[in-house]
Design a protein around this ligand. Structure first.
Ligand code: EZ4
Ligand code: CO
Length: 402
């Protein structure tokens, strides 16, 4: 069997997605997600111009060799664009391998380690009172874990709070929307939110919160300490993580668990965080961290150090990434949680899939391969629309992390 053709499909069924479809000379094909939110066309061009011409004629069964060929062969290593492009190829090849074997990919990864993949949903609202009813809606739907974000009094808007109930989509304009941030207002408000949520929902509902890279280590330490009475499952991305040893400072001060990794593209971005046990959950993904092949390496390293998986699953990761993530989530020994923001009906129609939600769990289904497809005719009806993530400034106008 040989790779006959590979094509890049860019579509915008309510939001932009880039998908790689690899077709073999025997007609079997596989799909991989190549979406890098706000920088989609860079990956599309990387694939079309530089990767696809090198793929044709190769044996699709040699997943590891093709991974090494694209990684070492580029000379320029790592980085989100390269690693997302490699991820798309890798994911599509696992899909093909599963279809050829007649087995769902999780069987090729060692089989089920659990009955279902526990997911968390996003409860978000302007005020504490309205976020309580959002959380109640998720509990009613069967969710066992909920991420909680609210508006911050004194700030006009902030990360994680949407206009639409139950959906959140931050990439809203071609030229980034500008938000204003105040750490003082934020640190004052968040503990009040969780005090109220625990009072209302009791001690066992799993609660999470995303700081979205906005604090310094000592500020994150203060937040972690002030949230200790409310037993969060994790505090996410407390600080930007380029400086991995910065997490040691947070660790010294608080028992609130830490999750990080959605912007990482390789095992080297989290090596120190994992081996020095500075985090509790690693949130790297199939699409942004080199595919199933590389993500499994990250999770295996994490397993040695009591670190569990907590993969990013926002709506900018396509249903193709979600399907791939679920096969990995189901099979690894150190699964923690999977983020799950439901896609819109239009997105789901473009990406017919076998995974399903039931009682707080997602199941990847039993179809051979990843159990995911792309309807190319339908995809063609939704052309690309430029959309960027917002930016953040302090009240005096200084650029800050968003
Ligand atoms: O801001 O996926 O945990 N989820 C997140 C997301 C990210 C977006 C960026 O593309 O932090 O909402
Ligand atoms: Co996040």
């Amino acid at each position: 069997m040989k790779i006959a053709e590979a094509r890049v499909i860019v579509t915008c069924p309510d939001r932009n997605f880039v998908t790689l479809k690899i077709v073999t000379d025997e007609g079997v094909y596989g799909v991989g997600d190549a979406t890098l939110n706000g920088r989609e066309l860079a990956v599309a061009a990387y694939l079309t111009e530089h990767v696809v011409p090198q793929l044709t004629g190769r044996d699709p069964a040699r997943i590891e060799d093709i991974w090494q060929y694209l990684y070492k062969g580029a000379y320029w290593r790592r980085g989100p664009v390269t690693m997302t492009a490699i991820a798309a190829v890798d994911t599509a090849l696992w899909d093909i391998k599963g279809k050829v074997a007649g087995l769902p990919v999780y069987q090729l990864l060692g089989g089920r380690s659990r009955d279902g993949v526990t997911v968390y949903g996003h409860a978000n609202a302007d005020s504490i009172e309205s976020v309580l009813s959002e959380i109640a809606d998720y509990v009613k739907l069967g969710y066992r874990a909920v991420r909680v974000q609210t508006g911050i009094p004194g700030l006009e808007s902030t990360y994680g709070v949407s206009k639409d109930r139950m959906f959140y989509e931050p990439a809203d304009a071609a030229v980034p929307t500008e938000n204003v941030w105040s750490t003082a207002h934020y640190l004052d408000h968040v503990p009040r939110v969780f005090a109220r949520v625990r009072e209302e929902f009791g001690p066992t509902l799993q609660l999470l919160h995303d700081v979205h890279h906005r604090l310094t280590p000592i500020e994150a330490a203060r937040l972690g300490k002030s949230l200790e009475p409310y037993h969060l499952t994790w505090m996410e991305d407390p600080v930007p993580a380029e400086l991995q040893e910065g997490f040691r400072l947070i660790r010294q001060h608080t028992t609130t668990p830490i999750a990080v990794g959605e912007v990482f593209s390789s095992i080297w971005d989290c090596q120190q965080l994992i081996t020095e046990q500075l985090i509790d959950y690693i949130r790297t993904t199939v699409v942004h961290a080199g595919g199933i092949t590389h993500l499994r390496r990250i999770f295996d390293l994490a397993n040695l150090y009591h670190v569990r998986s907590g993969s990013h699953g926002a709506t900018d990761l396509s249903p193709v990434c979600m399907a791939a993530a679920l096969h990995l989530d189901l099979s690894i020994p150190n699964f923690g949680l999977q983020e799950y923001m439901r896609h819109t009906e239009t997105t789901d129609a473009v990406f017919p899939h076998g995974y399903r939600f039931e009682g707080g769990y997602l199941h990847p289904g039993e179809e051979p391969g990843l159990g995911i497809d792309i309807d190319e005719d339908l995809a063609a009806r939704y052309p690309y629309r430029a959309a960027s993530l917002p930016v953040n400034r302090l009240q005096d106008g200084t650029m800050h992390s968003w």
